[in-house]
Write a protein that binds this ligand. Structure first.
Ligand code: ZN
Ligand code: ZN
Length: 305
């Protein structure tokens, strides 16, 4: 497999002089299954615009673009690039868009394709001539052909959000963004009048089990791409419940799960290149990361395994 990062930022695109090294585009990954000659895309943040242009410039002459997009969820930063993905305007393109089932009235097609309406954009969905199919996913295991298996798992985020595990020719690639560690939702303070010891203990146990389930999900991965938007200090001081993880937690979870390589991902938009360099010095050193390779994902970076 070969993975290329086209967008690594969380929340909002942040171009400018302070983000030229790590990049300012929001999430998009290109995943190549080389022997099978297959391309899969994860998320349609602003990074997908350049990926689409690259496909049209470099690959269209070999034949029509046929690909699958796996959306982790439908927060803006993960879908906003979709109307700018040039292949959707080409008649021969065949696209399947997978994403988490929502329990609301809007299905995936309405939420993602619904960006193509005059209120938001000058082209309407009805004017697209490519073939686009939408598949609403729950937690499941899919055989998508050529020996590629995909498992989906819900993460801990303010709306339904999927982690993906791809298995192909003995190699494993996993994503876990956007997500936050599960924690006890019941009162933990014995001095609080609402404290109930058995509820508190049960809450702790459920959180432990859910965190373990997620680590089992990405266990043994050759590459794990994990949410690491905050430092632990930032997380504890004001970001609890926002649906994102700290760098420290991502590394500890990856170590427990015997992951080989960990890409820290979904960078905080205000984080400058020099701040990310500083964090790299601190956290990507083997003294901290142990025997796994840890790096902060950068736009344009490729990883092959
Ligand atoms: Zn996000
Ligand atoms: Zn999100």
């Amino acid at each position: 497999m070969k993975i290329k990062f086209w967008g690594v930022r969380g929340a909002i695109p942040c171009p400018g002089p302070h983000t030229t090294k790590y990049g300012g585009n929001t999430p998009c990954l290109e995943v190549r299954f080389i022997e099978a000659n297959r391309l899969i895309i994860i998320d349609a943040g602003t990074g997908i615009r350049e990926l689409g242009n690259s496909l049209v410039a470099n690959e269209l002459h070999k034949g029509p673009i046929k690909t699958q997009i796996f959306l982790t969820h439908t927060h803006w930063d993960h879908i906003i690039g979709f109307p700018f993905f040039t292949p959707i305007y080409l008649r021969e393109t065949k696209l399947t868009v997978y994403g988490p089932f929502t329990h609301e009235d809007d299905n995936l097609e309405n939420v993602v394709g619904g960006q193509l309406k005059y209120r938001y954009f000058p082209v309407r969905r009805a004017e697209l001539c490519s073939e686009i199919e939408y598949v609403d996913l729950k937690e499941e295991r899919l055989d998508i052909g050529d020996g590629i298996m995909v498992t989906s798992k819900f993460l801990n985020h303010p709306l339904y959000c999927m982690g993906y595990r791809f298995e192909y020719r003995g190699k494993v690639f996993c994503t876990a963004f956007d997500t936050e560690p599960y924690r006890n939702v019941f009162c933990n303070d014995p001095d609080d009048p609402s404290y109930d010891e058995s509820m508190a203990m049960e809450g702790e146990q459920v959180a432990r089990e859910e965190n373990q389930r997620l680590e089992d999900f990405f266990s043994g991965a050759d590459l794990l791409i994990h949410d690491a938007q905050y430092t632990q200090d930032e997380y504890e001081s004001s970001k609890l419940g926002w649906g994102h993880s700290s760098v420290e937690y991502a590394i500890a979870a990856a170590r427990r799960a015997n992951v080989r390589r960990l890409a820290l991902f979904h960078h905080e938009p205000v984080r400058t290149d020099s701040e990310l360099d500083e964090l790299s010095k601190k956290y990507c050193d083997t003294e901290y990361s142990g025997n796994i390779e840890v790096f902060f994902a950068r736009e344009g970076m490729e990883v092959t395994f």
